[in-house]
Design a protein around this ligand. Sequence first.
Ligand SMILES: *Cc1c(COP(=O)(O)O)cnc(C)c1O
Length: 404
Amino acid sequence: MGKMKLMPDAHGRFGPFGGQYVPETLMPALDELSAAYHQAKTDKSFHEEWMALLKDYVGRPTPLRQAFRMSEKLGFPVYLKREDLNHTGAHKINNTMGQILLARRMGKTRIIAETGAGQHGVATATAAALFGLKAEIYMGAEDVERQALNVYRMRLLGAEVHSVHSGTSTLKDATNEAIRDWVTNVRDTFYVIGSVVGPHPYPMMVRDFQSIIGIEARRQFRQLTSGFPTHIVAPVGGGSNSMGIFYPFRQDPVALIGVEAAGEGIETGRHAATITMAERGILHGSLSYLLQDADGQIQPAHSISAGLDYPGVGPEHAYFHHTGRAQYVSITDQEALDAFHRLAEWEGIIPALESAHAIAWVIKEQKVLESANARVLVNLSGRGDKDVDAVLGYEEGNHGQEPH
Ligand SMILES: *Cc1c(COP(=O)(O)O)cnc(C)c1O
C-alpha cells in the first residue's frame, strides 16, 4: 500500500482535485474558517467537548456486529457498522455537531445550510437547536414541495426554511443562495456544508468529523476478529459517510468500495454515478468529477435514494479513484430496492435506501466475494424509516413521479 501523502496540501488540493474556486469576496471567510479549524483541531478542550457530545447526545460509539443470517445466506462473514443508530438516524449528525461546535468557538451566532432532500437540513437544525442557535436552511422550491415532512421537521426544530425559486429550484440553486447569504453576512454567520464537498477546508473538515466512523470501526473490528476486513463497502452521494469509514483504513490492506447510484441504469442517462462517468469540472467551489453535458452544464442526478441524488462528489474521492486507492461501482434503483427487503428480512434492520446500495453490491458480488474468502464490512449509513413511504409507492407502481 505504501505511505500516502498527507492530503490535502496547503492549497486544499488532493492531487489535481479540490481547491477553492470561489468569488474573491469569499476568500477572507474561507481563510478565517481554515485558521479556526486548524486551531480547534489541535486543542484538547475542543476534542473533549466534541467526544462528550458524540457520546451523550449522538449515542456513539455506534455498534459494529456481524450480520449472522446475511453471512450464512451469502457464504462469507458480513459485518455492519450501525450509523443508523445515531440520533436522527444517520451519520450526518457527526458532521453538523462538529461544525456547530466550531461555529460557537468562532463566535458565530447565525447558522446557514443548504439542503436537497432535507436530511442535512434536519441534522443542522438539530445541532443548532441543541445550542440555541438560529438556523436558516436554503432549499429549492421543488424540494420543499417533495420533502414536506423534512421541511416540517426543520420548523419543529426552530429553523427557518427559505424556499429558493431560481434556476431549477433544486439543490444547486439552494447552494448558490446559501453562498450569496454567506458572502453578505460573513461576520456573524457560519455556513454548515453537509458532505465532503465545497471549497477547502470543507472536504477536509467534514472528512475529519466523519472519520469517527472509521476510527471506531477499525478498533471494533480488530477487537472482534483481531484482523482487518478484506473489503469496506459504503454508499457514495457527496461522499461523507464513505470517506468517514475509509479514511482511517487508508493505509491498511483493505479494499475500499464506494457504491454510487446507477438510478434507472447508466445507459438511460438517469443516474447519479458521478465517479463512474469520471468527467472533471468545478461544482460548489472545488474541482472534482461531476455530471455534466457536452456544453459543461450540470446534469441533474437521478436516484430512488434522495441522499445519493447529487451531481458531484467530494474531491478526495476523485483522488482515491484517480490513484486507484478506492474502487467505485454502481447499483440500480431496482437492485437497491431488493437489498432493502433482504436486509429487513435477514437481520431485522430496515436500511436507508442509500445504505441499501452498499448491501446490494455485496449481494451482487456474492460469488466473487465467497471464493475470495472475503470478510466484508458495510457502513450502514442510515435507517430506512424515512424511505418506507417511497418504497411502498414505488412498489405499488407509482413510477410516474420521482420516487423521493
Ligand atoms: C445523505 C446520506 C448519504 C449520502 O451522503 P454522503 O455524503 O455520501 O454520505 C448516505 N446515506 C444516508 C443515510 C444519508 O442520509
